[in-house]
Design a protein around this ligand. Structure first.
Ligand SMILES: C[S@@+](CC[C@H](N)C(=O)[O-])C[C@H]1O[C@@H](n2cnc3c(N)ncnc32)[C@H](O)[C@@H]1O
Length: 292
């Protein structure tokens, strides 16, 4: 055996948050896209995810420009809210005594929806200090801050109590982390028989490797979209057994078709999403799994 000299074994201190995670935090601390803020203002429910279901395209025919903008904004918010409700449906049955964990909670809309639906306690976690402060302020204004709390933490290492949660989820936040690390933390936090739900974009393995569009989406959001297969492998390795899988791709398209025509809200990534969904390289999936 060769013992390396001291000078060669000195390693750099491991940061509590990686350089990549710092970048993600900076992105979300700075993020003020109208498509997130203008929609949220409507009813103080801030969603940072996309929408599902048929869109009312008559909003595009509105002749008055101001009213047209308002109607499009309201319609996109309705579709985003429908997605949050779909996810909340899949968490149950829950009682007001139950606690749920919202991993990568953004400005907090999902936890509020889950609380309003089930009466449960919710802990939301985001890597952005600004988002956590914003979401806590909204919960205070709504008078639910005794039930719904947001924390500036890393969802891979929350420090929350083991087995204390009846349900947990990721709504469009899995593409920022390694799935094995994430699912290990969900499995630790969930009690036996607890429910985990994810809604995510993933690339389609049958198409091959990530397509050009998927790579463009990664660059746009500084994320790393996983293949569909990796969700099921990582769940199986971490005591999460899928009970329901739903391909939402077709239901996601009307939202993007409408959003690409919303001049006041577009971010420039709309056509890329539509191409990726339509060429089959990208899918929008809901997976509900039981913690065994
Ligand atoms: C697209 S947003 C989704 C927000 C929210 N789930 C929603 O549906 O409105 C992605 C979120 O993931 C969070 N995030 C990314 N990496 C994270 C990490 N390692 N720990 C905690 N949050 C993280 C970001 O701060 C951001 O809030």
């Amino acid at each position: 055996m060769t013992i390396a000299p001291d000078a060669d074994t000195t390693s750099a201190p491991v940061p509590t948050q990686s350089t990549y995670q710092n970048r993600v935090a900076e992105y979300w601390n700075a993020e003020e896209n109208p498509v997130n803020l203008e929609l949220g203002k409507i009813d103080d429910l801030y969603h940072h995810h996309y929408g599902i279901g048929d869109a009312d395209r008559t909003v595009l025919d509105e002749p008055d420009p101001e009213r047209r903008r308002k109607r499009i904004t309201t319609e996109l918010h309705r579709l985003e809210h429908a997605q949050a409700e779909l996810l909340a449906d899949r968490l149950g049955p829950l009682s007001p005594a139950d606690r749920v964990f919202d991993a990568g909670c953004g400005r907090g809309g999902g936890s509020v929806v889950a609380h309003l639906r089930h009466g449960c306690h919710a802990d939301g976690v985001t890597i952005s200090a600004k988002q956590a402060a914003f979401a806590n302020e909204r919960a205070r204004e709504r008078g639910i801050d005794d039930h719904v709390r947001y924390h500036h933490r890393n969802m891979l290492d929350t420090g929350f109590e083991t087995g204390a949660y009846a349900a947990s989820w990721n709504n469009e936040s899995t593409m920022y982390v390694e799935l094995d690390l994430l699912f290990a933390e969900h499995a630790r936090l969930l009690r036996r028989g607890g429910r985990y739900v994810v809604i995510t974009g993933c690339y389609n393995d049958t198409y091959g490797r990530a397509s050009r569009e998927v790579s463009l989406i990664n660059a746009h959001y500084i994320c790393d979209i996983h293949p569909r297969s990796e969700y099921f492998r990582a769940m199986a390795r971490n005591r999460l057994v899928p009970a329901h899988v739903q391909d939402l791709t077709a239901e996601a398209i009307p939202y993007w078709e409408l959003r690409r025509q919303a001049d006041h809200l577009v971010t420039g990534i709309e056509d890329t999403f539509l191409t990726a969904y339509k060429n089959g390289s990208f899918q929008y999936l809901l997976i509900a799994a039981d913690r065994v």
